[in-house]
Design a protein around this ligand. Structure first.
Ligand SMILES: C[S@@+](CC[C@H](N)C(=O)[O-])C[C@H]1O[C@@H](n2cnc3c(N)ncnc32)[C@H](O)[C@@H]1O
Ligand code: SF4
Length: 428
């Protein structure tokens, strides 16, 4: 590469100014005399230039160099390569500028800030399955189950292995946590415990699990605590069984509650370090129970009581009219393209965590890596579009859930802030 750059510069100069001394040529090009001599010899040997005698030159130059026809064609080739390289450099610089600076220039900080890194996603989300034992009203699962996309899929453990390998090497220091969840209930996957344990032992980062907690009998509780999982997040959504049954259709709060209380007790007995949090997605059916829910669980030995905002599952829970209405206003970039990659139960990588219909899928994980995808043109373009308020991506265009994403500098705290607070506070 360096050689061809030198050759290119020498050929260009000679063509422009054949009547020159080696000393002047070296000075103009910023080369040492030795380096120039070496270059001229190489070009001569390849037949790209030849020396002509020029005895009567008033400037007392006895000979000069001219380009041969092969030299001219070589120069054209090198010029072309040079331009190609420069254009690539230009595009890369432009992308970098767009990703981190353009938004900054506009007076905000959107881009790779704080825990977010352009090297590797700070969060890797793993959807273990499409199968679920409940039919919650705020969730897309009941509708998804009736669609042609639904296939009762279970993640092939080989993809989990591949992900762990990537996170522990290339993602080391960048991925703050692996979050096991699902387009269904993760603990339905027969290998869920083994896959989680593998991640805890070998990924080199924190591991969390989001579950409805309904399938946790005593034996499974021991199994889950034995994995060394760093945090379990149990979706509960109600303070009374009446409300629970309305929201978490097919479930029973008495069972879920007793499972959580039992898990807390077993954790103590086993001296396990797994953090336990209970969560509640606030919606019109349960908003009157928020305070009761908080009061009850705060009196138990849980590490956090999390009240979540309702989102639309990237528009799929809304009618077209509602979608348009809720997508009004000054739109800001959505956090997800800077934060995470999703490995779904189909073995595909995707960019949106609330996509149920594979519309944000990027590629198969079989033949690609998270690193490649994270740095590829699609992601770069998507980020640049969001930063320049261009929301033309077909999937993003119709989604109002960007409103619910919280950047590291936002006042509203995100799930990643919670993980940082709970799992990293002891370290910092
Ligand atoms: C899709 S579920 C999968 C894991 C598991 N089945 C569970 O219920 O926890 C993951 C989380 O997304 C939440 N969720 C589903 N639909 C939602 C919505 N429209 N708004 C906010 N959170 C939602 C669930 O309540 C749950 O906490
Ligand atoms: S929220 Fe979880 S438990 Fe409820 S239907 Fe969705 S995937 Fe199933």
């Amino acid at each position: 590469m360096e050689n061809s750059q030198d050759h290119f510069e020498v050929l260009r100069r000679i063509e422009k100014e054949p009547e020159t001394t080696q000393r002047k040529l070296a000075k103009d090009l910023g080369f040492s005399l030795g380096k120039l001599n070496y270059c001229l010899k190489a070009l001569k040997n390849k037949g790209f230039i030849k020396t002509r005698n020029f005895k009567k030159n008033p400037n007392k130059i006895n000979y000069f160099y001219v380009l041969t026809p092969r030299g001219i064609s070589e120069k054209t080739k090198l010029t072309f390569n040079f331009m190609k390289r420069k254009m690539k450099e230009y595009d890369e610089l432009k992308n970098e500028l767009n990703e981190s600076d353009i938004a900054g220039l506009k007076g905000n900080n959107y881009g790779f800030v704080g825990r977010l890194s352009k090297k590797f996603p700070s969060q890797v989300m793993v959807d273990l399955t499409e199968v679920c034992n409940l039919a919650c009203i705020h969730c897309t699962h009941p509708e998804f189950k009736l669609s042609t996309v639904y296939g009762k899929r279970m993640l092939d453990p080989k993809f989990n292995k591949k992900m762990i390998e990537e996170v522990s090497t290339i993602g080391k220091g960048f991925t703050k946590y692996i979050r096991y969840t699902s387009n269904g209930e993760p603990l339905v996957h027969p290998k869920s415990y083994e896959m989680i344990q593998d991640a805890v032992e070998n990924s080199g980062t924190k591991v969390t699990l989001t579950t409805n907690g309904t399938l946790l009998n005593e034996k499974r509780m021991f199994k889950i605590l034995k994995t060394g999982l760093h945090m379990i997040d149990i979706s509960t959504d109600a303070a009374s069984n009446e409300t629970y049954k309305k929201i978490r259709v097919g479930g029973d709060l008495d069972v879920t509650k007793s499972n959580i209380l039992k898990l807390i007790k077993l954790r103590e007995e086993a001296k396990s370090k797994t953090k336990i949090i209970v969560s509640f997605v606030e919606q019109k059916e349960n908003t009157h129970e928020v305070e009761d829910f908080k009061r009850y669980w705060e009196s138990k030995n849980v590490d956090e009581v999390l009240i979540r905002r309702l989102h639309s599952n990237s528009g799929s829970n809304l009618q077209d009219k509602e979608k348009t209405e809720s997508n009004q206003g000054n739109r800001k970039p959505c956090l997800y393209p800077w934060e995470r990659v999703i490995l779904n139960a189909r073995g595909k990588l995707a960019f949106c965590p609330t996509d149920w219909y594979a519309k944000s899928e990027l590629c198969s994980y079989e033949n690609n890596s998270i690193e490649e995808v994270w740095k590829n043109t699609f992601y770069k373009d998507l980020r640049n579009q969001h930063l320049t308020c261009n929301f033309s991506n077909k999937f993003c265009k119709q989604c109002p859930d960007w409103k619910n994403t919280s950047w590291p500098f936002d006042k509203n705290k995100s799930y990643a802030d919670l993980v940082e607070k709970i799992l990293y506070k002891e370290i910092s």
